[in-house]
Design a protein around this ligand. Structure first.
Ligand SMILES: [Zn+2]
Length: 151
């Protein structure tokens, strides 16, 4: 895959998972089973979204990093350029941070799942080992199709 194709694929995948909250693999299944709970697997393609519980909480790292930068920048713009009263300026940006964390919670986690998918961390579980009964039936079918040569 060329770098340009990968970039397009990555952007599309991150958009699908981070904005639409859909499975990064099939783009159909919903990532969240409830408003705040991630489904263990995709209902459509059965990929497992998180290998360990809470794994996608790393996505909050984005919002927790980005929000203070935006807020501090906005505070200084409000203070130095617009000339807002300090208490109003601080109150506005604190409210902005609190509201944004709540609003971005689902999208941050879903975006992290998209990144995990692009790095190979989101995939379907391996099929379970065949049961003894299935093993016996396969063995019987094999020996029926390939009988031992008579001596
Ligand atoms: Zn899926």
């Amino acid at each position: 895959m060329s770098a340009w194709k990968f970039l397009r694929h990555a952007t599309h995948t991150l958009f699908i998972s981070g904005v639409r909250l859909r499975c990064p693999h099939c783009h159909q299944g919903r990532i969240f089973a409830t408003p705040f709970e991630i489904a263990p697997t995709c209902a459509t393609c059965h990929v497992r979204f998180e290998r360990m519980s809470g794994e996608s909480l790393g996505g909050l790292m984005f919002s927790m990093t980005l929000l203070p930068i935006v807020s501090i920048g906005g505070f200084f713009v409000g203070e130095l350029i617009v000339g807002l009263p300090r208490s109003l300026n601080i109150g506005f940006w604190l409210g902005f941070i609190l509201c944004s964390v709540g609003l971005m919670y689902r999208h941050s986690r879903a975006l992290w799942i998209g990144i995990s998918y692009l790095s190979g961390g989101v995939y379907a579980d391996a099929p379970t080992a065949p049961t003894d009964d299935l093993r016996q039936r396969v063995k019987h079918a094999f020996h029926t199709a390939h009988p031992k040569p008579e001596e």
